[in-house]
Design a protein. Structure first.
Length: 259
């Protein structure tokens, strides 16, 4: 079974590519009514592949919640594939520790570079079109190699990831700070002069965290900072802390996540 969370479609496109090579797997998307708690039902599969984006060199809160409530075959082997714009710090180690806490067996961990979606702070923006195209072009070959490694897994855990510089500091210090202060849905604002009240941000939020109140979006507290609402707004009416007004939107997989 593949368990996938994807904000803007990169991880979902990787999951679909994995399915081409491992067609015996089913795909469980953590999205909308497929909430993490549905995974608490007993899962008999003996191979679980977690596919999700890296957020601030760590695991998205929605994935942590899903692993915490996962109720599966104790003999199953778990692998992870995380997509990232650049590097993942010690995200793989964090994932291994979390699974070990639940006595699950961890196998291999992989990272796949995909177009960047993080735009909320100064200095961060979506990739230039040429960089985006290069990453997309490299993805199928990378996924094929990953699936070959998973197929020949012999019990020895492998980390095939790009950690980047100072991974300990990024995952142990920056990640908790980021989770506390920069995963704050109260910082989202809608520009009412631009918003056309289409309601897509609300209907597409994977955690159902947006309500339309008097024709405009209102954010609740249950946010994993996937930025789907920001990137997929058709009029770019959404801003985060006045930091994204001049940033780009990443829309390549808009239709894929809306499928
Ligand atoms: C909140 C947030 C934090 C991110 N942090 C990182 C990071 O630490 N390292 C990195 O290389 N990319 C980071 N990114 C980029 C995403 O991991 C990357 O674009 C990913 O492929 C998005 O996957 P998705 O389209 O499935 O949501 C971040 C993106 C977001 C939205
Ligand atoms: S998606 Fe954009 S335009 Fe549509 S309701 Fe939300 S903020 Fe307004
Ligand atoms: S509110 Fe926006 S950023 Fe938060 S989970 Fe929903 S779509 Fe993602």
């Amino acid at each position: 079974m593949i368990v996938c969370f994807s904000g803007t479609g990169n991880s979902l496109s990787v999951a679909k590519e994995v399915l081409n090579h491992l067609p015996n797997h089913s795909l469980f998307r953590l999205d909308h009514s497929n909430s993490a708690c549905m995974l608490s039902e007993y899962v008999e599969d003996n191979e679980i592949i977690w596919i999700f984006p890296t957020y601030s060199w760590g695991i998205p809160p929605v994935i942590k919640k899903a692993i915490d409530s996962f109720n599966g075959n104790n003999n199953a082997v778990h692998h992870m594939i995380t997509t990232c714009g650049d590097d993942i710090g010690n995200c793989a180690l964090q994932w291994r520790k979390l699974l070990k806490r639940h006595n699950f067996n961890t196998g291999c961990a992989f990272s796949v570079q995909m177009p960047n979606t993080y735009v909320n702070m100064s200095g961060f923006d979506i990739d230039a079109p040429t960089d985006e195209a290069e990453k997309i072009e490299r993805m199928p070959e990378r996924v094929k190699d990953i699936c070959d490694t998973i197929k020949s897994f012999n019990g020895l855990p492998i980390d095939d990831v790009v950690k980047g510089s100072i991974p300990c500091i990024k995952t142990s210090i920056v990640y908790p700070w980021f989770k506390r202060f920069e995963m704050n849905p109260a910082k989202f604002k809608v520009n009412k002069d631009i918003c056309i009240s289409c309601g897509l941000c609300a209907s597409h939020c994977p955690l159902c965290n947006i309500e339309m109140i008097q024709n405009f979006p209102k954010w609740g507290d249950n946010c994993t900072m996937c930025l789907r609402c920001y990137h997929h707004c058709p009029t770019k009416a959404i801003d985060y802390a006045s930091k994204t007004l001049k940033k780009g939107q990443y829309t390549r997989y808009k239709n894929l996540v809306g499928e």
